[in-house]
Design a protein around this ligand. Structure first.
Ligand SMILES: [Zn+2]
Length: 354
């Protein structure tokens, strides 16, 4: 694994994160996969963002564990693991790699779910595999639907929600559509899931992809009325978004997630006119000149950049401090909330970390 911890990273961790983070942490959002399975460049789905693959070519479980040791010295991190989301034709191998290692290491694990499975097939896979829930993804929607028009129910069908509701399991949901969290179709379908399937533990990844304030709209006002829905803060570095989410739904409804390995990236994120831009060291992630979400910083400015994941946690710290929340809230966000969800799916986390 190519992960160098520089002085700038050590200083960052000491100054902002070490004392803030609790000793025991649950990371609800990680992808593990090996390139022997994922390497099929010819079928890259054009609807996926391109820079993600430049940060890590794969993330075997050993690398994930090593990443925590290097990035969070002195902490004990338990990940919930699921596969990378492509290629679809290797979904069985992706799932089997992840499940086998999760069982061996006693980790919570999500099944990468394809909407074409029948209810019987899905239930059998979830029960036999002792999964805690599913990871669904927009690129599994039928290929005739243009990327911008995909709706949640196109890749998370009602039949699958019924199975999850019956089993009381979790779904990790990365919402579609360019309007992101504020999108009225997304919001209507999120509310419909909440009302029709009260036993499903819905986790909205990346705070519903609200990376900039402009992505929020009326969302928190609408979602405030829900009882079950929770957010994970993975791959989001916007303190103002975190603050509004915490204000509306409270610290019981926010969960720490990393989205490793992509948050091993060196970057700092800014928003300009409602669009997020990842500022990265010049040359480190190939030619990014055509990507509207990427911009290079030259020389010393680039050298100052630390990890995406550190930026995420620092933003959460800012939001927590701004709201005058305390240690108990931090414990909830980084440990207790996830523990409660996994326990409700029949899985107990052991604090010893083994
Ligand atoms: Zn992810």
């Amino acid at each position: 694994m190519n992960l160098e911890i520089k002085d700038v990273d050590k200083r960052y961790y000491k100054e902002y994160l070490e004392d803030f983070l609790p000793k025991n942490i649950i990371d609800i959002h990680t992808h593990i996969y090996i390139k022997e399975i994922t390497e099929t460049a010819d079928i890259q789905d054009k609807r996926l963002v391109s820079w993600t693959s430049l940060v890590a070519e794969d993330n075997p479980i050993e690398d994930l564990i090593e990443t925590y040791k290097l990035m969070f010295p002195g902490k004990n991190v338990t990940p919930c693991v699921f596969p990378w989301v492509e290629p679809l034709h290797k979904i069985d191998e992706l799932n089997e790699y992840t499940r086998t290692l999760a069982v061996a290491r006693h980790l919570p694990v999500l099944f990468l779910d394809c909407p074409t499975y029948s209810m019987e097939e899905l239930e059998e896979k979830l029960v036999n595999g002792k999964y805690n829930g599913v990871k669904v993804y927009l690129s599994f929607a039928p290929s005739y639907i243009p990327g911008n028009e995909v709706r949640i129910f196109d890749f998370l069908p009602h039949s699958h929600l019924a199975v999850l509701n019956k089993l009381g399991l979790m779904v990790m949901l990365h919402i579609p559509r360019p309007g992101r969290l504020k999108d009225p179709v997304n919001l209507a379908q999120i509310l419909e899931i909440e009302q029709q399937y009260p036993n499903v533990k819905v986790v909205l990844a990346h705070v519903g992809r609200a990376y900039c304030q402009e992505d929020i709209g009326e969302a928190f006002k609408i979602l405030e009325k829900t009882d079950n829905l929770v957010f994970d803060c993975s791959a989001n570095t916007n303190a103002a978004v975190f603050r509004q989410a915490l204000e509306s739904l409270g610290s019981h409804r926010m969960i720490f997630g990393s989205d490793l390995p992509i948050t091993r990236m060196r970057m700092r994120r800014v928003c300009e006119n409602g669009i997020y831009i990842n500022l990265v060291p010049s040359g480190l992630y190939g030619d990014v000149s055509l990507d509207k979400n990427m911009r290079e910083l030259e020389g010393e400015e680039g050298d100052k950049l630390s990890f995406f994941l550190y930026e995420e946690i620092k933003a959460m710290k800012e939001a927590i401090n701004d709201l005058g929340l305390g240690k108990a809230d931090v414990e909830d966000i980084f440990y207790n909330n996830a523990k409660r969800i996994f326990e409700s799916t029949g899985f107990s986390i052991s604090k010893s970390g083994d």
